[in-house]
Structures are given as C-alpha cells and as structure tokens.
Design a binder for this molecule. Sequence first.
Ligand code: TNX
Length: 536
Amino acid sequence: KGFFMLVILAAVVGCSNKQYTRPEVKIVPEPAKVVNTDGVFVLNKKTPVLVNEDNPELKQIAGFLTAHLSDFYGLNASVDVADSPQKKAIFIGLDKSLNLGKEAYNLSVTPKQIVLKASAPNGLFYGVQTLIQLLPPSRQQLSEAVFPAVEIEDTPRFGWRGMHLDVGRHFMPVDFVKKYIDYIAMNKMNVFHWHLTEDQGWRIEIKKYPKLTEIGSKRKETIIGHAHESKEYDGKPYGGFYTQDEIKDVVAYAKARYVTVVPEIELPGHALAALASYPELGCTGGPYEVATTWGVFDDVYCAGKEETFQFLEDVISEVMPLFPGEYFHIGGDECPKTQWEKCPYCQARMKKEGLKNEHELQSYFVQRIEKFLNAHGKKMIGWDEILEGGLAPNATVMSWRGEEGGIAAAQAHHDAVMTPGNYCYFDHYQADPKTQPLAIGGFTPLKEVYGYEPIPKELSAEEGKYILGAQGNVWTEYMATPERVEYMVFPRIAALAEVVWSPKGSRNYDDFMNRMQDEVKRYDAYGINYCKVEFQ
Ligand code: TNX
C-alpha cells in the first residue's frame, strides 16, 4: 500500500512538471552536422535573448529572432547584453577565438539554455535562421515556445550562393526586391545578382545620362504569349526604374541580411534600351526603340566608337559606389556580331588593334571594361561568352550554357559560378506544362535542381577550387508580377540552397522532402505563392 502511495505521489510531482514532446529537427538547408539530444528548451515570456557585445550589429541579429517570436507567436522577448551564457536564456555570442569560417556557427540547445556562437556576425545570422526553423512553422499565439534539444555545427560548402533577378523584362517594385532578399537570406544564400539593364528596359537612374530612364525605362507595349508564336501586343505602355536612393536603400537592406548585391549592367549586347536613349552609341546611329518582344537583337553597342567606352565608363562610375560588394557583372551574353561586321568604326578598330575577328573584338571590348573595373577595385564577372576570343585576365565566368564555360574557366585557373540552364534556370517549367502557367520552356523540376552537383567531374580537385558556387537565374519574360516570380522560385530555391550549403555526402531527396513539409508551412505563413505540385 505504501508503495502504491509513493507511485501516486511521484506521478503528481511529475505532472506538475509539464511534459513536452520534443519537436523534430527539420532544417533546410541541412546543416553540416546535427546531433539530436534529449529534451527541449522552453522559452516563455521571461526568457531573454542575450548578446555578448553591446553593439548595433549583434542586437540587429538578435532582433531577427525576437521579431520572429513576436510576429509568429505573440511572444515578446527582450534583447540584453551578457558576457557569458546564462540559464534559461538564449545566448548569442561573437567569439573570434573560435576560429570558425566567417559563415559558420555552433548551436547548442539543451533543456537548460541555448548557446549560439560564431566567429563573425554572418555565422550568427545563419544560426538565428536555424533557430527560427526549430520553432513551429505556423503562426499561433503561444505562451511558451519549445525548441528541441540539439547540437549543431554548421558551415556552408560554397561561398557564392546566389539568386538572380531580371528586372529588365519585367520591373519588380522595391518592396518585392526586399522580400526577394529576405527569401535569399532565409535560405542561407548570400548573393543577389540584380540584372538591371535589358533590351526591354533600363532600370537604374544614371544622373549623367537622364534619357536612360526618361526613354530607356519605358516600352510602348509588351508582347502577349510566346514571341515565336504570337505577334499580339497588350497595347499598354510599360515602365519602371529604381532611383539611386532606392538602390542604396535596397543594398543596405541586403547588407543587414548578409546578402551582397551584384549589379549587372549588360554589354555589349542586350542594349536596345540604352541605344533607344542614346542612338549615337549604336553602329548605325539609329533610330532605335526599346524592345517590345523577347529574344536577341542585332543592334548592340558599337565597339568602334570611343564614345561607347566613355559612356560605359561614366555609367559604371556612377553604379560602382552604390554597390560596395567586390563583383561587378558586365553581362557579355548573346551579342550578335552582324552590325559590327558591317560597321566602318568597328572594322577600323579591328584593323588598328590587330583583331582577327569579331569575337576578338568582343574580347577587346570586355577587356577594356575589365581594366577600368579593376583600376577601381572591382572584380569583373560575366556570362560564359566572355571566354570567346580570349578571356579577360582576371575575369570570373558565370557558366549558363551548360557547364562547359565553368569547366574551361576553372581549367584556365579562373573563378567560375555555375548556373547551367538544366539545373539552375527557374524560368523553366517545374511540372507538366499543361498544368502550369506559361513559361519560357525547359523542364527543371524540384528533384532535378536538388540533384545538381556544382563541381563538374571533369575537374581535378585543384581545379574544383575555382568553382565559387552556384546560382539560380530568374529571367522574367513570362513573369509579369512578384506573385509569378515567387511561384517560379519556390520551392526550387530551397533545393538549390541545399546544393550550395550542405555537405555533398548528406544530400538525400527523400529526407529533404520530409524536412520540406515544415518549410512549406512557413511559406504559407509568410504568404509566399509557391508551386504546390510536390506537396499535395
Ligand atoms: C538567355 S541566360 C539569356 C537571357 C534570357 C534567357 C531565357 C543568359 C545569360 N541570357 O537573356 O532571358 O536565355 O532563359
């Protein structure tokens, strides 16, 4: 009988200690090392978030966590300063002596406390992204939030984890560009490649050349449907551009989320909007019109005239200071040589410089621009056509026509970023076209993206080091709205994030899809318009 009483007593004591089920750890992208341990850490209304230095950057990082706690669960945690981890607190500590990589972090969640440490703020920011993913994926009012106990040591596989956005074909408002940066950051990606100029629109204010936006940012109408099967236009004028103040605002927003913005000013091709604004920059002198259809156009910057280079150097001089990152993208893709072949200025230039063909003329063009960029402390990056006719001495190659460009670059000991169409083009269909909104073509479902390996097997271990990483490209010919961009980007961005972040050996599609079940709930909570075909 006495024994029976004891059991009851024990049960009563036990019950007064609330029981928590340990949530499953489901992080995307999968961290480098995860050890599941027993128990949970319970955050309540009194749990503080501590940072170990009284500085705005650390407080801002902690602020991303407290903002999530309040936005998702109505829990208002305070941010305070403390030298060392405390019981019943979340501690975010910058510790240079740890000697971790800049983007690496260690996270320990025990029933007693949470300790996040990194050698640089970047790592702490990614640790916070992980902490957010340990919490319930849906919005709900809570008095307590439960974290599963876990030990995580995490570091990215690649340094260039990029997403591109073409705002030339369709302009995307500043508010959406910021959301896009949020999406990049929450996937632990770190480069936003902003494609700012196109045949169909020039989207960045240049004070010295006001016509670029007065004329070049507007087109008289837009083609409906596929260019090759439709000549029907919507009859509506279309336009938009970013002021330099807006650009600065976006760049600062990205910086706070550890995203570097790489601007792209296209040359020598995809330049009709610029030529429509300043016709003297073309071989024939125009007149030209901002393009109203998609494709590749014969009229490009004249490579013979000095004023072309003066113009581009002036433009670049205004753009460079707006973007503190080290890379400047000069395009370089799809430049037909038809006008150059007929142009007396271009032919005279070729003769004077001893250039054998128009590919060498393009190479001359790009190398001149590279010299200018390098002299101003910038590294040049361009699409893989810049390999043709001789690669500029310090150039980084963005390999889009398959992997060949990246392979050639790495073998020549040049850096490369991999963006092959078959895996990284998010303008392709992701499911049966019959069930999908109109897209440019191609077929790149989620699983295909997930299966991508950025280091081509053709490369030796030494050459493989020149592969900086990979990037998803989002060309917007058939994406007229932010909602459509979201649809094409999600969930494929998550697959690519894992490709560039997680260790090669840990990749497992079924496991990824299991973790994605929570991630898509988060998409719902954020109101992201993602493609649901794989989640029904
Ligand atoms: C080729 S990818 C282009 C873009 C188009 C895209 C459509 C690249 C460097 N150039 O101008 O939008 O195909 O997929």
